[in-house]
Design a protein around this ligand. Structure first.
Ligand code: FDA
Length: 405
């Protein structure tokens, strides 16, 4: 049986990148994926254009953009392999890209460009790729590991787990990485869906269900004074609840049973503008409000309260103030999230206390973890891919050299 220098399980973002870098260092690398279609998350990412990194990532203050029980864990890898390093690689492959807002970089054409690039890097490193290959069992040897796979046994000196998180099971996500960690006595941080739409009680949501499809910029926050998190992003109303970047971002910080607060008119001083309308306007309040917020939103709010269905001048100050407060500080408690079926990432994972931040090797010698399987989760906006690239690079550079022939 052939012994590989490194077997990498999971041909997603982290696994593909790690394989290419390690292969180009001269290691004999086998990359395995149980799916016959690799890199599915890259393919569907960024609406098909892959938001592959973020120019604003601040590796010296990772807690700004990453969530982990130890937010400083990711600092070393992120500062050694930076967004600019990945941009250089993308440029070397002639892939056209552009910046959207807040430092987010997307392919001009398609996420397939990134997959092709990663595969080309693997080819340059002489990596062997085995798809539709499941791993049934892993056993530690004196100097490495033996894997029973659906395509036969393989031996390796180093084993790299790059199987990602639990989100979107229908395209191949499994908890295999967590099982391997547990098998070798490593600790896990509780997992839950992140970057996920939030849902609300059906009946209570009824007045807002008519707003499905409406998108608008908002301020959104959650948490108490000690741990308040705030984002200014776009919100999307859905049939079941709320989505859009604002809600995806806040969902990673939201704790079940607690409220989120929304400012639906963050650029308008609503109390002042409504009072002003009351003094000078003969129009219905709903029409005045529709000039300040999207008209469907104005209709939904005014429609809920007969006291507001009059001309602005006729609406009592108290009702006006209540309306301004309701729109600029709308507090509502989600019943839950839409779960792994819709989540972009998995929070939690392999406990960073059991993994080296320099090499990604775990306390179990020769066993490495990279990418989303570790308890490191980034914000929306290219941060999760940058973590995949950076952790993969740290690991690939640290894998032991092949022994002399
Ligand atoms: P990844 O999930 O990429 O790869 C894991 C691989 O392991 C898969 O190929 C899977 O088939 C394989 N695997 C799983 N279990 C296995 C087993 N038991 N045996 C063998 N193989 C197994 N991030 C970002 O920065 N910018 C973006 O634009 C987006 N957009 C986005 C959209 C959507 C819809 C989702 C769901 C996610 C994103 N993300 C994102 C997040 C990003 O896709 C994610 O964080 C990275 O892909 C994680 O990379 P990994 O390599 O760790 O896992």
């Amino acid at each position: 049986m052939r012994t590989w220098d490194a077997v990498i399980v999971g041909a997603g973002a982290a696994g593909l990148f790690c394989a290419g870098v390690a292969g180009q260092r001269g290691l004999k690398v086998l990359l395995i994926d149980h799916s016959d279609k690799i890199a599915e998350k890259i393919r569907i990412s960024g609406g098909g254009r892959c938001n592959f990194t973020n120019r604003l990532l601040d590796a010296s203050a990772p807690q700004k953009h990453f969530i982990s029980q130890n937010p400083h864990f990711c600092r070393s890898a992120l500062s050694r392999y930076t967004p600019q390093d990945f941009i250089d690689l993308v440029q070397k492959h002639g892939i056209a890209f552009h910046e959207k807002h807040k430092g987010q970089l997307f392919c001009d054409h398609s996420a397939e460009d990134i997959i092709r690039m990663l595969l080309a890097e693997c080819t340059a490193g002489g990596v062997t790729l085995q798809t539709a290959c499941g791993v049934q069992a892993v056993r530690a040897l004196d100097n490495g590991y033996e894997l029973q796979t659906t395509q036969g046994p393989v031996q390796t000196r180093s084993l790299v787990v790059a199987t990602g998180g639990l989100s979107i099971p229908k395209i191949g996500a499994t908890g295999w990485g967590y099982e391997v960690a547990t098998q070798f006595g490593l600790r896990l941080v509780e997992r839950r869906p992140g970057l996920v739409p939030l849902s609300f009680d059906g009946e209570a949501w009824q007045p807002y269900a008519q707003l499905a499809g409406l998108a608008l910029p908002v301020g959104i926050e959650t948490g108490d004074k000690k741990a308040r998190m705030h984002f200014d992003e776009d919100l999307l109303f859905t049939h079941r609840g709320l989505s859009g970047p604002a809600v995806l971002q806040i969902s990673s910080y939201w704790k079940g049973g607690t409220p989120i607060r929304l400012n639906l008119a963050p650029e308008v001083n609503l109390p002042e503008r409504l009072q002003d309308a009351k003094l000078r306007s003969k129009k219905l309040l709903g029409n005045e409000l529709a000039a300040l917020v999207p008209s469907r939103l104005a209709e939904a709010w005014v429609g809920q309260d007969p006291a507001l269905q009059r001309t602005s001048a006729e609406v009592p100050d108290k009702a006006l103030n209540k309306l301004a407060e309701a729109l600029s500080n709308w507090s509502l408690t989600p019943t839950g999230s839409e779960g792994y079926k819709k989540a972009e990432v998995t929070l939690g994972g392999v406990d960073t206390r059991d993994v080296s931040s320099q090499t990604m090797e775990s306390k179990q010698a020769g066993l490495y973890f990279i990418g989303e399987v570790i308890d490191v989760t980034g914000w929306l906006g290219g941060y999760n891919f940058q973590w995949a690239w950076a952790s993969a690079h740290a690991c690939a550079m640290a894998l032991p050299d092949a022994p002399p022939a």
